[in-house]
Design a protein around this ligand. Structure first.
Ligand code: SF4
Length: 359
């Protein structure tokens, strides 16, 4: 039997076991991984988006840097698509960490070479999901090479004649194929990945990121393949919070009184019977037992703080969805997003109306 050259590092049950650990254990496991990463690579940076996950990550890394007298490097990828509150919070939080841990921190801001407007004009809109956008792009751009793939996306029939529902474009999105709208999955590569890859190439630094396996299937698969510290992947990366959940992130923020971007609102707790105030859940977080498991922590404002103009996933959101909320909270940005391209806007109204997405 041939040797499996790339066996998976972990089993799904290991992830479940780690995910079920109390926060205090998770903190220790994450710090261990951060220390290991610094021991392996001399030049390390923390990827900080200003979101709550990387807010927690940066705090843990700063604690490690304090213990070992390391200088901390924080990289913020300024896509120009972040909430204004996030952009304001990033330098403020770096200052907070400097004071809290009395360490040297360098904040590096990297930027994409294209604006979002240029991205939608040249490669297309990010709508649906990465996978849906990729399927629509391929179906709209037939080549000799992608014929079998297009057949698969449009009919679900594979080369061998078997049926794959997972790779058939759902009926809802079919009309996009013959529409005038360009759709593509390339936006993230251009706006987010390229600037950080360029930074890594120029500096040789290796990143620590705050992504978690519970966020998507592909993140879970990557963890099963490489674990938290992917020393031997093509692009070595440390993801020491892989086994955390959103609940852990919110509990950590409460436990350590961390500031976080105002766009999230405040943190409250909810169980079947009642709502707990920030003060009540903070008190629980500071006890040895932490927040009771039956209480779900949540933020009262935005649930996600990624790119403001991104349409990925918004067709699945409950109303008010992110654009409906934006209309209330950031009306000028909303108007810019919705305005037709010919009038200087991004033209989202036209494409979202075409796809029956409320906005
Ligand atoms: S999250 Fe959306 S808007 Fe932001 S870079 Fe990725 S595809 Fe583009």
């Amino acid at each position: 039997m041939g040797e499996n050259k790339n066996p998976k590092k972990h089993f799904p049950w290991e992830l479940e076991q780690m995910q079920s650990c109390p926060l205090s254990i998770k903190e220790r496991m994450s710090e261990r991984r951060i220390m290991d990463w610094y021991s392996e690579f001399t030049d390390v940076y923390v990827s900080f988006s200003g979101g709550k996950d990387s807010t927690v990550l940066s705090d843990m890394v700063a604690r490690v840097c304090q213990s070992f007298h390391y200088k901390m490097v924080v990289v913020f990828s300024d896509t120009g698509l972040e909430y204004p509150e996030i952009r304001k919070f990033v330098p403020q939080y770096v200052e907070f960490l400097k004071k809290k841990y009395s360490i040297e921190i360098e904040l590096v801001v990297v930027k994409p070479e294209m604006t979002f407007k240029k991205v939608i004009e040249t490669v297309g809109y990010p709508i649906g999901s990465k996978k849906i956008a990729r399927m629509i792009y391929d179906c709209k751009h037939p080549t000799e090479k992608n014929q079998a793939t297009r057949t698969l996306y449009m009919t679900g029939v594979k080369r061998d004649g078997s049926i794959s529902k997972a790779f058939k474009l759902s009926q809802r999105w079919m009309k996009m194929i013959d529409s005038k709208f360009e759709v593509s999955d390339k936006c993230c590569d251009i706006m987010k990945k390229e600037p950080t890859k360029r930074f890594e190439k120029e500096t040789g630094m290796k990143s620590i990121v705050g992504t978690m396996a519970c966020e998507s299937n592909s993140r879970k698969e990557t963890w099963l393949q490489y674990g938290c510290n992917a020393y031997d992947s093509r692009r070595p990366q440390s993801k020491p919070m892989s086994f955390w959940t959103e609940q852990d992130v919110l509990e950590y923020i409460l436990k350590y009184d961390l500031p976080f971007a105002s766009v999230y609102g405040s943190i409250i707790g909810i169980d079947k019977e009642k709502t707990y105030t920030t003060e009540q859940v903070r008190e629980m977080a500071k006890t040895n037992d932490g927040v009771q498991r039956n209480i779900k922590l949540q933020t009262t404002g935005c649930q996600r703080t990624g790119c403001m103009f991104c349409m990925f996933g918004c067709h699945l959101e409950k109303q008010p969805n992110r654009f409906q909320k934006m209309k209330e909270t950031h009306p000028a940005v909303y108007n810019y997003c919705m305005k037709p391209v010919e009038e200087g806007g991004l033209g989202l109204d036209e494409i979202m109306t075409f796809m029956d997405i409320p906005h």
